[in-house]
Design a protein around this ligand. Sequence first.
Ligand code: ATP
Length: 235
Amino acid sequence: ANQSPLLCTHALEAFYGDAQALFGIDFTLEQGEVVAIIGANGAGKSTFLKCLTGLLRAPREAVRLAGEAVGGLPPGEIVRRGLALVPEGRRLFPSLSVQENLLMGSCSRRSGPWDLQRLYRLFPVLQDKRHAPATSLSGGQQQMAALGRALMSNPRVLLCDELSLGLAPIVIGEIYRALPQVTAEGMTVVIVEQDVGLAQRVSRRLYCLQEGRVSLQGRSDSFTREQVSQAYFGA
Ligand code: ATP
């Protein structure tokens, strides 16, 4: 078996022009884990995901996927190697149908269990609405479609940016209930979440970011509320 973690970063730094946004992030993700990244607005969560997915330039050796240095590779190449992003705000193609949106995810398809049939079993409402325009879906259904589109590439790692954003609690519950069915197939998942309680419940380990640095990391069930809130807001 492979000794190296499925995904890791080492001393990862990120910049927007002269402004530094990440200061030396060390992160590891093992095959089959669900890991949460939490942190206040502006802590660097989205920036971290951008570095992983090639949307923001990272030094080659700072990001490794299955032992290979992938930092700074073009986003399409990173998808082909097995990282798929469910972007914040869904970003569906508004002029396409639900099914066409899902099929867009299979452009850089790897071999694996996920196809339309399996997705429709996971989210039956997407099958019912497959010919409807993506814009006709409710917020929660759009989130299901965005998740489905990412799964269609059969990624090794699914990166989810704020799945719960703008959704009612009952809808958030529906979406997160699908996660165990995804991980049951061996999928490895990173979730970025504003909702700390939710992040702690669904993840095995968590990283808290504060002003571009890791302020807390470890088993999600090992921290008190006070520890998390201290790491989240600072002293
Ligand atoms: P949010 O929950 O609001 O998305 P976040 O934790 O994802 O917050 P980032 O969006 O990664 O935080 O922001 C980290 C830092 O980088 C902040 O100081 C932010 O102002 C800065 N930043 C983010 N995007 C840009 C950009 N396009 N240009 C310049 N600075 C940026």
